[in-house]
Design a binder for this molecule. Structure first.
Ligand SMILES: Cc1cc2nc3c(=O)[nH]c(=O)nc-3n(C[C@H](O)[C@H](O)[C@H](O)COP(=O)(O)OP(=O)(O)OC[C@H]3O[C@@H](n4cnc5c(N)ncnc54)[C@H](O)[C@@H]3O)c2cc1C
Length: 469
């Protein structure tokens, strides 16, 4: 073993690649471990503005000022007492430069919790800073479940809807699509209620990339509380693709983690159940995953061997429990990510193309490609706008350069009519967005109407909304 080879920390090697498959499923270092944001206490105490950085560490900035309003009165005072540009941050889980801003950075973390709910209609209104984990638990305690959830639940609700955060399931929409109404304050201090009485505004505001104003409350259309059973299988890639093609209409949710260099894939399904809870708390495989990631990074020739060993290490598994506890698994191993959504019917063909490209290339990536489905929706800038989608996510360990792998697959994904996840790294231009989204110019017009001075735009958003076609 060379001095660079990390020592396997856990003798339970069976979990090695299962860990890799679960990482993109649900990953977050606790805020304290990653410290992406300034604490409200620090700011209120008048200490110097600390640096902000995102979860993966790929974005960071020291803004002039942080603001942590507790209510709309404090928020209005913050917005109107300055003419600094404004960007909000939630859980700081976006990989793309959506958040960084040298002016005022606002978190509505202190505007959190369940505000009201309707037991008959299964709707629930939350403070926009509520983390999804809390919102999901509070909903469940009140007889509701979110219709679907992503594979982590540490995002804020406002941050999650602002990028059309999604889980998997052919008939299941993103969180933006489940947004029935929201409350938003524009930089001039005006509070707006946006709901179905103005469908255009609602469909634009559902995925606004933080550019319309500060969202303070969100009402979700939920479902009656339900419980889920999760199953895990491991197969060769070809067989796994056939299974997904055959079973994607049968399960409530299906997803696949594909390891191109080891020719293995993990298939996960979620279905309703009324059976008793089973393995509610998933095994903590983070140390093993970190070890495998470092080993692959330092010894590229081992990547295919580790990936091939999947069948020996991952056991077929079943977990069961309340929806609020089954979707997400806490994770601490950091990575960077790019995701493109292509038309659902082309998904498997595009995935096959990506696998072939990676295998022919000399890029070294240990993390699997994650493959998921989402239903079509009306949010103007959602990747699922009027098109059911298959999403392909590419990850790279945070200590490794992500560009070789992302640069390799992105042109192909764009050429297959792919639309990027706005919260994940991408090189989509204004012209690309105009081609992909028929309401893109209407979105720009509404943004200008709500924020005539462009105070809600950072450099990235100015370029995206105002770039040359
Ligand atoms: C480990 C990991 C796993 C992930 N898994 C998934 C997944 O399964 N599915 C998926 O779709 N995505 C996933 N993502 C991406 C993530 O869900 C999105 O990037 C999401 O937007 C992050 O939410 P956040 O609260 O961290 O928001 P941030 O990243 O802090 O902000 C995102 C956007 O929301 C805006 N915003 C935040 N708060 C407000 C507010 N109050 N008012 C107005 N605008 C606001 C910001 O300005 C920014 O434009 C994952 C990310 C990570 C790091």
């Amino acid at each position: 073993m060379s001095p660079q080879t990390p020592k396997l920390p856990d003798p339970n090697r069976r979990l090695l690649l299962k860990a890799a498959s679960l990482a993109p499923l649900a990953t977050l270092a606790p805020l304290s471990a990653c410290s992406p944001i300034a604490t409200p206490q620090g700011d209120q105490a008048g200490t110097e503005a600390p640096q902000w950085h995102n979860w993966s560490g790929s974005q960071g900035i020291t803004p002039s000022k942080f603001g942590y309003p507790k209510n709309e009165t404090e928020l209005r005072e913050l917005l109107t007492s300055t003419d600094l540009p404004v960007r909000c941050f939630g859980g700081s889980h976006s990989f793309s430069p959506l958040v960084p801003n040298q002016g005022l950075m606002i978190s509505v973390e202190q505007m959190s919790g369940l505000i009201r709910h309707d037991a008959a209609l299964h709707t629930a209104t939350f403070g926009a800073g509520t983390r999804l984990s809390n919102a999901s638990r509070l909903a469940y305690e009140n007889g509701q479940s979110f219709i679907n959830q992503p594979d982590i639940d540490t995002q804020s609700l406002a941050g999650a809807i602002s990028t059309a955060t999604h889980g998997t399931g052919e008939k299941l929409p993103s969180l933006s699509a489940c947004t029935q109404a929201l409350r938003l304050m524009t930089p001039d201090g005006t509070a707006h209620v946006i709901d179905e009485s103005n469908p255009d505004l609602l469909n634009a505001a559902r995925t606004s990339l933080g550019s319309f104003g500060v969202i303070t409350e969100i009402t979700f259309q939920n479902a009656a509380a339900y419980r889920l059973e999760e199953t895990t299988r491991v197969r060769d890639i070809r067989e796994a693709m056939d299974i997904v093609e055959r079973e994607r209409h049968q399960h409530r949710s299906i997803e696949m983690f594909v390891f191109p260099f080891g020719n293995r894939a993990i298939i996960k399904t979620l279905d309703f159940t009324d059976k008793p809870d089973l393995k509610l708390i998933p095994e903590d495989d983070n140390a093993t995953l970190e070890w495998a990631s470092k080993l692959s990074m330092n010894h590229a020739w081992l990547t295919s061997t580790i990936q091939r060993a999947l069948g020996f290490f991952v056991t077929e598994d079943v977990r069961r429990g309340p929806s609020s506890q089954l979707f997400a698994t806490p994770r601490t191993v950091r990575f960077n990510e790019m995701e493109y959504t292509v038309p659902a019917e082309n998904g498997l063909a595009v995935l096959e193309e990506a696998v072939t490209m990676l295998k022919k290339s000399d890029v070294n990536v240990f993390f699997p490609i994650e493959y998921r489905y989402t239903a079509a929706e009306e949010s103007w800038l959602s990747p699922f706008y009027r098109r059911a989608g298959a999403s392909l996510s590419f990850h790279q360990y945070y200590e490794q350069d992500y560009r070789p792998v992302f640069d390799l697959v992105e042109p192909m994904l764009k050429a297959r009519n792919g639309r990027p996840h706005w919260g994940k790294l991408n090189n989509f231009t204004t012209a690309d967005a105009r081609r992909a989204y028929e309401r893109f110019d209407d979105f720009i017009a509404l943004q200008k109407q709500l924020d005539p001075q462009g105070r809600m735009l950072n450099d990235y958003m100015k370029k995206l909304l105002g770039g040359a076609s």
